[in-house]
Design a protein around this ligand. Structure first.
Ligand SMILES: Nc1ncnc2c1ncn2[C@@H]1O[C@H](COP(=O)(O)OP(=O)(O)OP(=O)(O)O)[C@@H](O)[C@H]1O
Ligand SMILES: [Mg+2]
Length: 303
């Protein structure tokens, strides 16, 4: 038995999971070019396509070059603050603080954020923290914000505004580059602001955006390559018609491919016998099991 398996929960870790190297799924040269050119841009795609896996791999890549200080932050923590901007900023700055401590061994945000919140309030604290942080460090900051579109109304507007307001001070006085990642392209946000009593469009709030990169599903070649990793590590083959069935059932949806393969190779009684190839019947059984168990992402993906 190999030590890796198919991942069906959360971002991939290449040492634990069979995976397509996340940075091979995007045009890395283009992304590096945008970062070098100090652009703020968007990476978006449907649920469970590998966005977070890519951001985390990109952060590691950028930090390893030694040219940038890159921090990944997940803004979904701000969702339950709804339109309470001070509350949202407090938790988001806490998130940046925690992530930068772990990823960069940098305690600047941890040390400064409360005093800044006190002085500037939620409407300005993110902006001011990023200004001071950028100015106090030699290497340019790159900020990767995941789940930006889980924020609501005024909290989302405030984050976008605070980023825009510092844009002209980059790279010395603000992050050199920022990637906003979510399901939708910012341009398509229709944000209802309670304080303004009207809808605001993401496009106008964040008109500094240079590009939108969209992440899609696996190609047939990528599906094949993922399954081949299991074969290489365990000796267990997939029949050609089983591979074709996986493609027909998933059309390359990354999580579904993994879920079918995991169920048929690691849960299915017969499938766990590595001397037997995975046939089409095992894939169909796996499909039935996933539907019967109403596994977590199935409803979401159906949307
Ligand atoms: N590079 C990859 N190779 C193989 N499978 C992958 C890869 N990236 C993602 N997946 C599959 O997609 C699932 C979700 O990955 P990830 O959390 O990165 O996606 P996401 O787009 O951020 O999802 P969400 O929208 O729910 O936050 C993984 O559990 C795995 O099944
Ligand atoms: Mg994600």
């Amino acid at each position: 038995m190999g030590v890796r398996d198919f991942n069906t929960a959360g971002p991939v870790d290449p040492s634990d999971h069979y995976c397509i190297p996340p940075l091979q799924r995007v045009d890395l040269e283009e992304i590096l070019h945008l970062i070098r050119r100090q652009k703020y841009f968007v990476l978006h795609g449907p649920r469970q396509t590998g966005k977070t896996s890519i951001l985390k791999a990109l952060a590691d890549h950028l930090n390893a070059t030694g040219e940038y200080r890159c921090v990944y932050a997940n803004f979904e923590l701000g969702q339950t603050a709804r339109e309470d901007v001070p509350r949202a900023m407090r938790v988001l700055l806490g998130q940046i603080a925690g992530r930068s401590e772990v990823m960069l061994q940098d305690t600047f945000v941890r040390d400064e954020r409360l005093a800044i919140l006190d002085e500037y309030g939620g409407d300005g604290a993110l902006n001011e923290t990023l200004r001071r942080w950028a100015r106090s460090r030699k290497r340019p900051l790159v900020l990767l914000i995941d789940e930006i579109d889980t924020l609501e109304g005024d909290s989302l507007i405030s984050v976008l505004r605070q980023l825009r307001a510092g844009y002209d001070e980059r790279p010395d006085g603000f992050p050199q580059s920022t990637i906003l990642c979510g399901v939708l392209d910012v341009r398509n946000y229709r944000i209802f602001s309670s304080s303004l009593g009207s809808n605001v469009s993401g496009g106008s709030t964040f008109n500094i955006k240079a590009e939108s990169l969209r992440l899609g599903d696996f190609s047939e070649i990528e599906v094949r390559s993922l399954l081949d990793q299991h074969t290489a590590e365990t000796g267990q083959d997939f029949d050609a018609d089983a591979v074709a069935r996986i493609w027909d059932l998933t059309r390359g949806q990354p999580w579904l491919v993994n879920a079918l393969a995991y169920q048929s190779c690691f849960r299915d009684e017969a499938g766990r016998d590595r001397s037997q190839p995975i046939g089409i019947a095992a894939i169909d059984r796996a499909k039935e099991t996933l539907i019967r168990n109403r596994v977590t992402h199935l409803d979401q993906l159906a949307h």
